[in-house]
Design a protein around this ligand. Structure first.
Ligand code: SF4
Ligand code: SF4
Length: 191
């Protein structure tokens, strides 16, 4: 079945795709719709739209749906999908671009506090070169006033050595800070 679009509708659709392609430096026309990305994604059960659907929605110009989806925030950036993609599309980069656009253009995040968590994570990376789990969890619970959230899970992880009390320092922290400065993360990093 062929679908005919008016020139204007077509150009609005393409505009969102072009914006994402420009930011992520990816060519989404290379997507074959094969679903290999979705088949290999370890987090897909938590997504409201699969990675394949996100790419298809971008190409259809469904900007609001994409930028308010849970998927763009729950993507782990693990790059498994990129490894499998026959079109060599870096989906994590696409997700990053969607998150950035969603923040900058003020789209509503699908879940309360998801943006706060994201900002806290990036702030720790900018500060320490990594995001120490204990500090991240404490700050998140403090900011959301849910002081004992996941306390039992945290205790068990701590006892198994999966969470450290003090953040490990990384080398070249200045280099990391200057990368953040160059990328202009104003409005994203927290004080
Ligand atoms: S694996 Fe690549 S080509 Fe296949 S649906 Fe996903 S993005 Fe498209
Ligand atoms: S990078 Fe994101 S979309 Fe791709 S496999 Fe990992 S979690 Fe899934």
């Amino acid at each position: 079945m062929r679908i005919f679009l008016s020139n204007r509708t077509g150009s609005i659709q393409r505009e969102f795709q072009h914006e994402i392609e420009e930011k992520s430096k990816q060519n989404l026309d290379r997507c074959l719709g094969c679903g290999a990305c979705t088949g290999g994604c370890p987090n897909v059960d938590f997504f409201d739209y699969s990675p394949r659907e996100i790419i298809a929605m971008i190409k259809l110009g469904d900007k609001k749906k994409v930028l308010e989806s849970e998927t763009i925030w729950y993507c782990l950036g693990c790059y498994l999908c990129e490894e499998r993609c026959p079109g060599r599309i870096s989906i994590p980069r696409v997700m990053d671009s969607c998150r950035e656009m969603s923040l900058v253009e003020g789209y509503e995040a699908a879940r309360e506090n998801i943006v706060l968590f994201h900002k806290l994570f990036l702030t720790q990376v900018a500060r320490y070169g990594r995001s120490p789990e204990t500090l991240l969890a404490l700050l998140f619970n403090f900011k959301t006033k849910d002081y004992l959230r996941d306390a039992d899970l945290g205790r068990r992880m701590f006892l198994k050595g999966k969470m450290k009390l003090f953040p490990e320092r990384v080398r070249n922290r200045e280099e990391i800070r200057s990368l953040f400065k160059e990328a202009d993360f104003r409005g994203v990093l927290l004080k």
